[in-house]
Design a protein around this ligand. Sequence first.
Ligand code: UT7
Length: 330
Amino acid sequence: MALVGSGSALPATSISNQELSQRVATDDGWIRSRTGIGARRVAGPAESVTSLAAAAGRAALERAGWQPNDLDLLLLATSSPDDLFGTAPRVQAALGATNAVAFDLTAACSGFLFALITAAQYLRTGAMQRVLVIGADQLSRWINWDDRSTCVLFGDGAGALALRSCPLDEDGLVAFRMRSDGSRNACLTLAQVDDQQPLLGDLTAQVGGFRSIQMNGQEVYKFAVREVPAVLAELLEGSGIDAHQLDWLLLHQANQRILDAVADRFAVPHERVLSNLASYGNTSAATIPLMLDEAVRDGRIQPGHLIASSGFGAGLSWGGALLRWHGPAG
Ligand code: UT7
């Protein structure tokens, strides 16, 4: 699998910490010092997971030099779909990717990494030749804006990667690991409401709908700073790669303190740790491709660069991947 093009899209509206403190009892100093977040984007009425995902996908296709009908598969990682039956087909239609099969994959903040690894399986078997993987979330829909312990963290956005099949010795997915631990599910949920509606006599049926995001921040923090270094250490060791050979550390953007802790564990200099938390906060499945696209566009990530990536979050789920950026040439 070769990583050949990236794209991203963000809602137009940005809300600063200062502005948010007019709504909920918080302040810029607390948010910045605890998380590194300075602002977040929030989708307006004309924006949606579909529109953001399609814009990100379109940009990735253009950078790869592909036409929409070149695509065999469109995989959308999202936990905040526009339609629970699947949002990927809407994105497929918006792009005009008529030859692509399109479906959603849900794994919260690990979703993009899991989708990328899933796409690699289709490409490596030869079943597919060109795939678009998109991570897009609109968690602003599911935030309790009166809960200061969660509402300051999240934002909306989308990122995409164009992937194509290639000879095995050029494979850009150098190594990967995926993990789940449902016994710790309660640490971070966006769960179905428990309401019942009368159906027939004594029978009732559940009312569809979801509660807002509930998170035990400290537990999730401890989970992240333990599991992310462990999975990355396993990957590096298994691949015979030393951390000093990494060009970039590209982690799910949840908290700057998590990024710093992981970098310190591997003695990766902080200038090689990609972070855009200050501008966008935690955009869930979008953080990794959004950050990657920014760093490709400003020239930090160059063809041949080796990137250690890790996604982690609700499930609980986590994973790691060693990636080599190819770029559109060749
Ligand atoms: O993408 C999914 C993965 N998610 C994560 O990785 C999140 C991991 N967790 C975290 O990043 C951190 O736990 C948080 C940023 C969520 C919280 O930081 P913390 O250092 O763990 O703070 P805390 O929850 O222990 O709260 C400390 C204090 C509390 O006050 P008291 O009880 O000490 O008086 C909170 O009420 O900070 C208070 N607090 C706030 N104060 C101002 C909580 N939220 C806020 C806020 N503004 N927004």
